[in-house]
Design a binder for this molecule. Structure first.
Ligand SMILES: *[C@@H]1O[C@H](CO)[C@@H](O)[C@H](O)[C@H]1NC(C)=O
Ligand SMILES: *[C@@H]1O[C@H](CO)[C@@H](O)[C@H](O)[C@H]1NC(C)=O
Ligand SMILES: *[C@@H]1O[C@H](CO)[C@@H](O)[C@H](O)[C@H]1NC(C)=O
Ligand SMILES: *[C@@H]1O[C@H](CO)[C@@H](O)[C@H](O)[C@H]1NC(C)=O
Ligand SMILES: *[C@@H]1O[C@H](CO)[C@@H](O)[C@H](O)[C@H]1NC(C)=O
Ligand SMILES: *[C@@H]1O[C@H](CO)[C@@H](O)[C@H](O)[C@H]1NC(C)=O
Length: 531
């Protein structure tokens, strides 16, 4: 008896490592509970054992037509701002969408009508039946019947990497489009097979590579270079084979016990290493909430390093860019210009006046309508198309060259030479040199009309994107009654419709303002397009 028991035990021994290997990923999701449904006011997520991370539907900003939207994502679940570290495809879906584990170890996202809109690129081999685990590292793993991973979120990175995660050879991180739009944006960090780690600008949405704006300068490629985020959260480095060939982290990231860590290529093109205190409650300096801090960032000045011949630069066209002490770019429109999108200043600026059209009857034939505004310490270093010089070339002559040329938008005068620049202006930056930039604007006559249109456009955008608070900033009374503000704005938009036949009657307007008559969703007004 005893010997057969020993025999049995001996048989079991070799199995232990296998059992341990399986329990390495404790599945918290199996096929019996393998569907998550996006639903209002319900936290539809699978949470990691420690509670640090969750996989599931996070409520996103509502759509333009007012539908509630959800993003399939992984986020830090214990901190108040639920920071997203991964998302399926960056496209929010309607209430009623589902994510499902399939029995062959796959993962699929369905929209509210049941259409598949995203499928995890799984490596399905081995036996059927599957389960999944949201791990405490932030990695979401799907396993097949042999307990081998068929898909891991760590191997399908978007804009963020976490401690323990590796960006493999030829993999890239891709910035989102804006703070709240998770679609593919304008910047990438690539771990190239030549060993170099490089930041690129790409076009949206066609993904043309506009060129590099930062590189680690690593050469001597061999054996699969990898960008590695150490499990401790303290180091990010490039590894080739067993060699650490480039230390990215230069600053103290803080301990794993005290902090959460992440590294992200942000929508502004800056790659940042962040930490966030794990404890919740008041910060030591008395401020009321603990948040993410930037420990390190590259490049130092994203405005001046993005200087390729293609693309607009760090900000959009016709704008200029300046970084603050933390390397955060800020975008500005020059005088006489206003933002293309008031809610996203990175989208560039449009002139508040018609551009010269080089026709016989072009408005620019009346030079008295044109003014040139000197911009201090501002330059658009690219986009020169002509150069003039001559004895006693002064500032007035330089401006006259521009006036005489219906292709010209701005001139730069350096005390000696006169450079002509064309539309759209790109790569605008704040500089400190002796160049003087003179930019065309038109007289007030053109300005007013376009400013009113810009104001109406802005109000409409704020209304559509549910950001009416932007319209009534600092007006406490209005803020306290946003329902009323929304009604007023909707009525105002109805009243500024270009087509008089769809403008409401005075009687209807009164009823709508009083709340007697319901206000329907107004179309986008275009009040001057007819003129
Ligand atoms: C799913 O089911 C498994 C096994 O029945 C269970 O251990 C797990 O806690 C469940 N997970 C969730 C999120 O309910
Ligand atoms: C959802 O989760 C948050 C934070 O984890 C919690 O405050 C909230 O009460 C939860 N809501 C529901 C409906 O469970
Ligand atoms: C797919 O899975 C098999 C077995 O688990 C593994 O050997 C192979 O490397 C995987 N392939 C990819 C592309 O991950
Ligand atoms: C994000 O931006 C893209 C491109 O402009 C747009 O098509 C998409 O609708 C936006 N997504 C959201 C949720 O606003
Ligand atoms: C990176 O830092 C480690 C120590 O933290 C050092 O041993 C190593 O030589 C450094 N590597 C490079 C390429 O600077
Ligand atoms: C002055 O502007 C011209 C034209 O944009 C440019 O080529 C030149 O480098 C600038 N000079 C300095 C000192 O920046």
């Amino acid at each position: 008896m005893a010997s057969s028991a020993v025999f049995l035990l001996l048989l079991l021994v070799p199995l232990f490592p296998v059992v341990l290997a399986i329990s390495k990923f404790d599945c918290n999701v199996d096929l019996t509970n393998s569907t998550l449904l996006a639903q209002k006011d319900i936290n539809s997520s699978w949470v990691s054992p420690s509670g640090d991370f969750a996989f599931g539907f996070q409520q996103a900003e509502p759509s333009n037509d007012g539908n509630m939207l959800f993003l399939l994502a992984i986020w830090f679940d214990k901190i108040p701002d639920k920071t997203i570290v991964w998302s399926a495809n960056g496209v929010p879906t309607r209430e009623g969408s589902k994510v499902k584990l399939t029995k062959d170890g796959g993962l699929q996202l369905f929209d509210h009508q049941g259409n598949v809109i995203w499928t995890a690129a799984t490596n399905v081999t081995g036996s059927e039946s599957s389960c999944a685990a949201m791990l405490d590292t932030g990695n979401f793993v799907v396993l097949n019947g042999d307990s081998n991973p068929t898909w891991e979120s760590f191997k399908d990175p978007h804009d963020t990497i976490l401690p323990g995660q590796i960006l493999g050879t030829n993999q890239k991180l891709w910035s989102r489009l804006s703070e709240t739009n998770y679609s593919d944006g304008r910047f990438q960090l690539r771990m190239q097979d030549d060993g170099n780690l490089v930041l690129y600008v790409v076009s949206v949405p066609y993904q043309v590579n506009y060129g590099a704006y930062w590189a680690a300068g690593i050469s001597h490629a061999n054996s699969n270079p990898q960008l590695t985020f150490d499990e401790s959260g303290r180091y990010i480095y490039v590894k080739q084979g067993n060699r650490n060939v480039y230390n990215f982290t230069q600053k103290n990231m803080g301990s794993k016990q005290g902090f959460y860590h992440m590294a992200r290529i942000d929508f502004d093109g800056v790659f940042r290493l962040y930490n966030h205190p794990r404890r919740t409650g008041a910060a030591s300096d008395g401020s009321c909430s603990l948040s993410w801090s930037v420990v390190q960032h590259i490049p130092d000045d994203v405005c001046s390093v993005i200087q390729g011949n293609l693309g607009s630069g760090a900000c959009g066209y016709n704008s200029y860019c300046s970084v603050d002490a933390n390397g955060k770019p800020e975008c500005f429109c020059p005088e006489g210009y206003s933002p293309m999108d008031r809610l996203d200043i990175q989208n560039g600026c449009k002139p508040n006046f018609p551009l010269p059209n080089c026709q016989e009857d072009g408005w620019e034939m009346n030079p008295e309508l044109i003014e040139f505004k000197e911009l201090k310490n501002t330059d658009w270093p690219l986009g020169d198309y002509d150069l003039r010089t001559g004895p006693e070339l002064d500032k007035e002559t330089c401006i006259q060259f521009c006036l005489d040329d219906c292709f010209c938008a701005a001139v730069v005068y350096d005390g000696n030479l006169c450079y002509k620049k064309k539309f759209p202006l790109s790569n605008g930056v704040k500089t400190k040199n002796l160049n003087r930039t003179f930019l065309m604007k038109s007289s007030a006559e053109f300005g007013m009309e376009n400013q009113v249109q810009a104001l109406v456009d802005w109000a409409y955008d704020c209304y559509c994107k549910r950001k009416l608070d932007e319209l009534v900033k600092n007006d406490e009374e209005a803020i306290s009654d946003m329902k009323r503000v929304e009604r007023l704005v909707m009525v105002a938009i109805w009243c500024t419709q270009e087509d008089p036949s769809i403008r409401p009657s005075m009687r209807k307007i009164t009823q709508m303002l009083e709340g007697v008559l319901e206000v329907s969703v107004p179309p986008r007004p275009s009040i001057f397009s007819a003129s």
